[in-house]
Design a protein around this ligand. Structure first.
Ligand SMILES: [Mn+2]
Length: 289
C-alpha cells in the first residue's frame, strides 16, 4: 500500500502532522470512477477533500474535542477496480485493529466493495443520499453506482435518509422489502429506524444527500435535501446509539470555481471523527507521539 503524500488535515503551510504511532482514525483515498452518468469527475473527490481539509480548525467548535489528537493516518492505495478496493480494505482492517476506518470516494459503488472487504455481515447500514440506489442494474452493469444500495443489502439492513428521487422499480422494491427503510427527511421515524438497526453500523454519505443549496459539486444533484444541521444531528444520534466501525463519503464531484462543496465534504469527514471522539473516547487520553 502506498504511503500518504499530504494527508487529511495536513496543511501545506503548517508542517503539523496528525498521524501517530497508533491511529484511531485511518482514512483511505479511493478515487474510483467507472459508471457515473451525468456530471463526471468524482475521481477527483478524495484529493479535493484532503486539500480543503488543510483549512479546518483541529478543535471541534461545538463538541470541544480535538479528534486529531487520537491520530489520523491517510492512505492513498493504488485503485484500479473494485477488486483492488476490496483487497485494500482487507489489509487496512488487518493492519489497524481498533481504528475507525474512513473511505473518501469516488463513486458510490465502492460502498458494497468496502463492506465486503471488511468481512462484515449482519451489520446496520446508515445511508445518507438523494437516491435509493436500489436498481438491479443500470446502463448494463450490476455494479453501477445506482445499484450500490441493493449490492450493500447482502451485508445488513439499510436505513436511508435524504432520499428524494426514485425509479419505479426502486419504489416497488421499497414497498415489498423489509430490509431497507427509506426517508426523505430526518425525523422521528427515521430515528426509530436507526435505533432498530444492529449495534455495529457502517455509515455511507453520498454528498448529494445534502441540499444543492449547500453542496453543488455532485454528479447527480437533486433539489430538496438535508441541511448541515440535519446531518450533524444524525451523526450525534448515530454515535450516541451505535458503534460505527467504518464510514465513507462519496460522490463529491469538485469544480474549480466551487470550494464550498469540497470544504463541506472535508468538514463532514472531520465531524464524523469528532462525534466518534465525543461519544466514544471522552475520558481516554490520546496516545503519545
Ligand atoms: Mn446519490
Amino acid at each position: 500500500m502506498s504511503k500518504r503524500g499530504l494527508g487529511f488535515l495536513e496543511d501545506k503551510l503548517d508542517a503539523a502532522d496528525v498521524s501517530r504511532e497508533t491511529n484511531r482514525y485511518v482514512l483511505s483515498l479511493i478515487p474510483y470512477e467507472e459508471t457515473t452518468t451525468y456530471v463526471t469527475g468524482t475521481r477527483n473527490g478524495p484529493r479535493a477533500i484532503v486539500e480543503a481539509s488543510g483549512h479546518i480548525e483541529l478543535l471541534d467548535e461545538t463538541l470541544r474535542v480535538d479528534a486529531s489528537s487520537h491520530g489520523i493516518l491517510t492512505l492513498a492505495p493504488d485503485i484500479s477496480d473494485l477488486g483492488s478496493v476490496r483487497a485494500h480494505v482487507s489489509r487496512v482492517v488487518e493492519e489497524h485493529p481498533g481504528a475507525v476506518l474512513g473511505f473518501l470516494g469516488g463513486e458510490h459503488s465502492i460502498t458494497p466493495a468496502i463492506i465486503e472487504g471488511s468481512r462484515s455481515s449482519g451489520i446496520g447500514i446508515v445511508w445518507i443520499d438523494a437516491h435509493a440506489d436500489l436498481r438491479r442494474s443500470f446502463h448494463g452493469r450490476e455494479d453501477n453506482h445506482a445499484c450500490a444500495g441493493l449490492n450493500a443489502l447482502q451485508y445488513g439492513q439499510i436505513v436511508q435518509v435524504g432520499v428524494r428521487s426514485l425509479a419505479s422499480e426502486e419504489a416497488d422494491f421499497l414497498e415489498q422489502s423489509g430490509q431497507v427503510k427509506s426517508f426523505r427527511y430526518w425525523n422521528d421515524q427515521a430515528k426509530d429506524a436507526i435505533r432498530g438497526l444492529p449495534g455495529r453500523v457502517y455509515l455511507s454519505v453520498d454528498m448529494d444527500g445534502f441540499s444543492p443549496m449547500l453542496v453543488r459539486g455532485v454528479g447527480t444533484p437533486e433539489p430538496g435535501g438535508l441541511m448541515w444541521e440535519d446531518v450533524m444531528d444524525i451523526l450525534d444520534f448515530l454515535f450516541g446509539e451505535k458503534d460505527v466501525f467504518a464510514f465513507d463519503v462519496v460522490e463529491l464531484c469538485p469544480h474549480e470555481d466551487d470550494v464550498v462543496s469540497s470544504y463541506t465534504a472535508a468538514r463532514l469527514v472531520y465531524k464524523v471523527m469528532a462525534y466518534h471522539t465525543y461519544h466514544k473516547l471522552r475520558g481516554l487520553l490520546p496516545p503519545g507521539r
